[in-house]
Design a protein around this ligand. Structure first.
Ligand code: ADP
Ligand code: ADP
Length: 231
């Protein structure tokens, strides 16, 4: 597994008064799931986007597997990190299969292997390839789009997963299955996972550790689900 470390990370968006994330430090241990819970606007997405290098911290250091995340080239980063978000963020002019194949394609996998992997990922998220492979995102429900987003994040088998409310619109039964799949990926493949949710039951089910965040991502509590439930 790959450890993620954030060391005194601050993000100040230009034109705003207060930092979105203020002096945030945390170690996400290799092969563990850390769940962030906290109010809307507290900086969860900003933190995820900094780890993934979609935005740069104003100050502080982020390391992934001991390497400076700010210096990793984008290909290396894409190989290491799968990112799934609430809005799914699918490419509208790509089919489901093409969306899932994006990162394996960038990594130069051969066509046969990509096709097989797309089917495997669609099965994993419970979308029948025969029915869904050639649809466009607009032909899917919100929950189905999220499932494609999760399949895309997992496709290249990255050691790190950043998941920002990835199952919010997924029906409860499928959601339970996806949570079980995520736990299986963690146990069997030692993936390191940061997971954002508003659903406390989900946080308790998935988290090795739960980080309860306040404004500007101040860490109010960081503990096992058992200890947090006891308090
Ligand atoms: P969360 O994911 O916890 O809801 P965000 O990370 O999206 O929080 O936002 C944290 C804070 O940063 C909020 O106050 C939000 O308004 C602000 N913010 C987010 N993105 C931008 C941006 N691009 N420019 C300016 N402020 C932003
Ligand atoms: P949900 O209950 O998940 O919100 P919807 O009511 O949005 O689902 O959709 C019900 C079914 O219709 C889903 O299987 C979805 O894939 C399909 N569907 C929704 N929109 C379209 C569309 N524009 N074209 C084809 N199929 C669609």
């Amino acid at each position: 597994g790959v450890e993620i470390e954030l060391d005194h990370v601050t993000k100040r968006y230009s034109g705003t008064r207060a930092p979105a994330v203020d002096d945030f430090s945390m170690v996400v241990p290799a092969g563990k799931i850390v769940v962030f819970v906290g109010p809307s606007g507290c900086g969860k997405t900003t933190t995820m986007r900094m780890i993934n290098r979609l935005i740069e911290p104003t100050s502080g250091r982020i390391t992934i597997g001991g390497q400076d995340a700010l210096k990793l080239d984008v290909d290396t980063l894409r190989r290491q990190i799968g990112y799934a978000i609430q809005q799914a963020g699918l490419f509208p002019h790509f089919t489901v299969a093409q969306n899932i194949a994006v990162v394996p394609g960038l990594l130069g996998w051969d066509k046969k292997k990509v096709t097989a992997r797309v089917e495997e990922m669609m099965d994993l998220v419970g979308l029948d390839p025969a029915d869904f492979r050639d649809r466009y995102p607009r032909q899917l429900s919100g929950g189905q789009q999220q499932r494609v987003g999760v399949a895309r994040a997992l496709a290249a088998d990255p050691p790190v997963l950043l998941m920002d409310e990835p199952f919010g619109a997924v029906d409860p039964i499928t959601r339970g299955n996806l949570q079980d799949e995520l736990l299986r990926l963690q146990t069997d493949l030692k993936k390191t996972i940061v997971f954002v949710t508003h659903d406390f039951d989900e946080a308790v089910k998935l988290g090795d550790r739960i980080a309860v965040l306040g404004n500007q991502s101040k860490i109010l509590q960081y503990d096992t689900p058992e200890s947090i439930l006891a308090n």
